[in-house]
Design a protein around this ligand. Structure first.
Ligand SMILES: *Cc1c(COP(=O)(O)O)cnc(C)c1O
Length: 306
């Protein structure tokens, strides 16, 4: 069975009332064990197109913890399409085995090319990409994070009719595709709050290109130093949350968002309404790799699954 042909809709799980706020988490992390959460939504229509157009290989981009690379590798193998990953940071070329995510990509048959951070800033024009485009006919390129109009279309399917009763819907933001899909499928009287996981304030312009609606805003105060940076206060918050609710969060996206939501409510800086839906966009495949880094640096590790 091909993964995108059928899937269960995610369940909504309530948390305890918090300072008068009713908080519910949409467990998109449970829709698939490997292509979890928003990466499943984002790849669904892209893979439908890949199948229809008889693409010979797909090429995409990401960092050494990238949920998108892992999801693309799995989906490619599942669909019988060769996958190529362009990895940010040439140092990873010498230590693929040190990244649980990259290791996994290789196990799914993904061909990896690690390029310098400098070249990665212009990754679509990287020499290796130009070379592969010449060599491989019908190569499908998916942008970093999978964000393109077909991905936004897939993210329209996250919200169900019962979700349109919430005052506020929160999601973590990386490349902006997920929040754009959520905004496009929301009611105009709902507030969509995107918690930026990266130090990229330009993201608002990307989102403006993907939606015409105005009922959204971006919080930039909970990036915790940017992509995949390690902050002990975040780790201990996530572990407390896990012990209370048995809901694992990921340290790159959802952990920062949930921290931010509680922090803003505590500081009385939450003007958007008291019925809150949090989208758990998944990303838990990154926990294992993060724990290796935490252990190496002598920090406490993240609890999950035990
Ligand atoms: C990729 C990812 C995001 C960010 O999604 P974008 O569409 O790139 O904004 C959020 N959460 C998780 C768990 C992700 O893997």
């Amino acid at each position: 069975m091909q993964i995108f042909d059928s899937f269960k809709s995610s369940l909504n799980q309530s948390l305890d009332l918090f300072l008068g706020h009713k908080i519910v988490i949409k467990r998109e992390d449970l829709i698939h064990p490997r292509v979890s959460g928003n990466k499943f939504r984002k790849l669904k229509y892209i893979f439908q197109e890949i199948k229809k157009k008889e693409v010979s290989a797909l090429l995409t981009f990401g960092g050494a913890f990238s949920n998108h690379l892992a999801a693309s590798a799995y989906a490619g193998k599942n669909s019988g399409v060769h996958t190529i990953g362009i990895v940010r940071g040439d140092e990873w070329g010498r230590k693929i085995h040190e990244s649980a995510t990259l290791n996994y990509c290789v196990s799914q048959g993904m061909e990896l090319h690690c390029i310098s951070r400098d070249i990665y800033t212009q990754k679509e024009q990287a020499p290796i990409v130009t070379k592969l485009m010449k060599k491989i006919p019908r190569l499908r390129i998916i942008p970093e994070g999978g964000t393109e109009p077909l991905a936004v279309k897939g993210c329209l399917e996250i919200l169900q009719s019962e979700d349109l009763n919430f005052d506020v819907i929160c999601s973590s933001v990386g490349t902006g595709g997920t929040i754009a899909g959520l905004v496009n499928s929301s009611n105009d009287n709902q507030n969509l709050i995107g918690f930026n996981a990266l130090n990229n304030t330009e993201i608002v312009h990307t989102i403006e290109e993907l939606t015409n609606k105005k009922n959204w805003s971006i919080e930039n105060d909970y990036t915790f130093g940017g992509y995949a940076k390690i902050k002990p206060t975040l780790i201990s918050f996530m572990n407390d949350f896990y012990q209370q609710y048995r809901i694992p969060l990921d340290p790159i996206y959802t952990g920062k968002m949930v921290f931010g939501i509680f922090d803003l409510i505590k500081k009385d800086k939450w003007p958007w309404g008291k019925k809150i839906l949090i989208i758990h966009t998944g990303g838990l495949q990154g926990v294992e790799g993060m724990n290796v880094q935490l252990q190496r640096k002598g920090h406490p590790t993240l609890l999950y699954g035990e």
